[in-house]
Ligand binder design. Structure first.
Ligand code: SAH
Length: 353
C-alpha cells in the first residue's frame, strides 16, 4: 500500500499529494488505500450502508456453510480444529455457522482475519471468545483449519493492464486538481500477457490480483501442512480474461470507482481459476467453482426453510424471500460462485463432489 501516513489531510488530499510528489500510482495501490480507509471507518453493510451480503440476507447461508464444514470434519475423523474466517463483516456468518456446527458436536475456537477496528468491534459482540488476526501468518499452526470467506477476495486490490494501439500498459491512477483518473502508464512486455489475450482490441483490460493469489498460496500451504478445508464464496469468473470489473458501490448504487477514494466500496470480480491454480500449485486439492444457488440447494436449503418456517410461521414469508434471493439464478444464485480447497486426506465438501 502507498505510504501516505506522513502526509496530513483527508485520504483524497493525501493521495493527490502523493501522486503529485511521486507520480501516478497503480490501480492496486489506489484500491488498497481506498478500501483500507473505507473499512476502517465504518460498518458498510445493511440497508443503511452501501451494500448487503448473503449472511445478512438469511441465517441459512451461514448455517449451511457451517453444516458443510462440520460434515467434512466428521468425515476426516473429527480432529480438534479451529474455525477461521477472512473478512467476517459483522460476524453474522460466523455466528450462524458456529451454531450449526455445535449441533454436529463441533465447537472450534473462532479465529478472525480482519483489519477494520469498527468491524472487529461488531464481530466481538457476536463472537465474544474470538481471536483476531491482521493476516493469516498468525493463525494456529497445530490444528486443521475450517475456513470460510464470503465476499472477501473481491475487496482485495487488483492490478489492471490496458491494451493500446502500441501494446499493453499498466493502468495507473493520475490526479488533476482533485480529480482522480485512470491513465496508461508503463508498457509491460507482451510475454506477461496470456497468449490468447495478447491481440485483444485497443481499450481491452486484463486484471490480476497478486494479493489474492498470495493469500490463497499461503492458506493452501497451511491446509497441506495442517489439514482442513476452505470454502470461498464470491462473484467472479474463470480467467484470465478480458474485462474491466473494478466497481464502486455507494448507498446500494454503482458509482465511479475513481471518485471519493475511501468513501465507497471498491470491488473487482474474482478470478477463481487463477486462485485455484495457486492452491493446486501448493499441493492442495481444489473443487468448483459451483453456482451459489446449486451449492445451497445441495446443502439442503429447502429442507432448512421448511424447518425454520414451521418453527416461526410469522417469519415464513421473509425466510422464503431470503432463500429465493440467495438461490434463484436471476438474483444471487448464479452470479455468486463457491470454490473449495481441501488438502488430502480431507475430502471435498458436500456439493462440490
Ligand atoms: N464476509 C462479510 C463481509 C464482507 S465485506 C459478509 O459476507 O457480510 C469485506 C470484509 O473484508 C470486511 O469485513 C472487511 O473489513 C474485510 N477486509 C477487507 N480488506 C481486508 C484485508 N486486506 N484484510 C483483512 N480483512 C479485510
Amino acid at each position: 500500500m502507498i505510504d501516505t501516513s506522513e502526509i496530513q489531510g483527508t485520504l483524497p488530499d493525501r493521495l493527490a499529494r502523493a501522486i503529485t510528489l511521486a507520480g501516478p500510482i497503480s490501480i492496486a495501490q489506489f484500491m488498497a488505500a481506498a478500501n483500507a480507509h473505507y473499512y476502517a471507518t465504518r460498518d458498510p453493510l445493511g440497508s443503511t450502508g452501501d451494500f448487503t451480503t448473503a449472511p445478512e440476507i438469511s441465517q441459512m447461508f451461514g448455517e449451511l456453510l457451517g453444516v458443510a464444514l462440520a460434515d467434512v470434519w466428521q468425515r476426516a475423523g473429527s480432529p480438534p480444529a479451529a474455525y477461521v474466517e477472512f473478512g467476517p463483516g459483522r460476524g453474522t456468518l460466523a455466528a450462524d455457522a458456529l451454531r450449526a456446527m455445535a449441533k454436529a458436536g463441533l465447537t472450534p475456537p473462532p479465529h478472525l482475519v480482519e483489519t477494520s477496528p469498527v468491524l472487529r468491534a461488531a464481530q466481538a459482540e457476536r463472537l465474544p471468545g474470538a481471536t483476531w488476526h491482521d493476516d493469516l501468518s498468525t493463525l494456529p499452526e497445530d490444528v486443521p483449519l475450517l475456513v470460510i470467506a464470503n465476499e472477501f477476495f473481491d475487496a482485495l486490490p487488483i492490478r489492471q493492464l490496458v491494451r493500446t494501439a502500441t501494446g499493453w500498459y499498466e493502468r495507473l491512477v493520475a490526479c488533476q486538481d482533485t480529480l482522480f483518473l485512470p491513465i496508461a502508464g508503463k508498457q509491460v512486455p507482451d510475454s506477461v500477457i496470456p497468449d490468447d489475450l495478447r491481440d485483444a482490441a485497443p481499450g481491452a483490460i486484463i486484471e490480476t490480483s497478486p494479493t489474492s493469489v498470495a493469500v490463497v498460496r499461503a492458506l493452501a500451504q497451511r491446509l497441506v501442512a495442517q489439514g482442513g478445508a476452505a470454502i470461498f464464496v464470491d462473484y467472479g469468473y474463470e480467467g484470465p480474461a478480458i474485462g474491466d470489473t473494478l466497481q464502486a458501490m455507494r448507498g446500494h448504487a454503482f458509482a465511479n470507482p475513481f471518485d471519493a477514494p475511501g468513501e465507497q466500496d471498491l470491488t473487482a470480480h474474482v478470478d477463481f481459476a487463477t486462485l485455484l491454480a495457486a492452491a493446486r500449485a501448493e499441493g492442495a486439492a481444489v473443487h468448483g467453482p459451483i453456482d451459489q444457488g446449486l451449492l445451497l440447494t445441495a446443502l439442503g436449503i429447502d429442507a432448512r426453510l421448511v424447518a425454520l418456517s414451521r418453527a416461526a410461521p410469522a417469519h415464513a414469508e421473509a425466510l422464503r424471500a431470503g432463500r429465493d434471493r440467495l438461490v434463484t439464478p436471476d438474483q444471487m444464485g448464479a452470479l455468486f460462485k463457491a470454490v473449495a480447497i481441501a488438502a488430502a486426506p480431507w475430502p471435498a465438501p458436500v456439493g462440490f463432489a
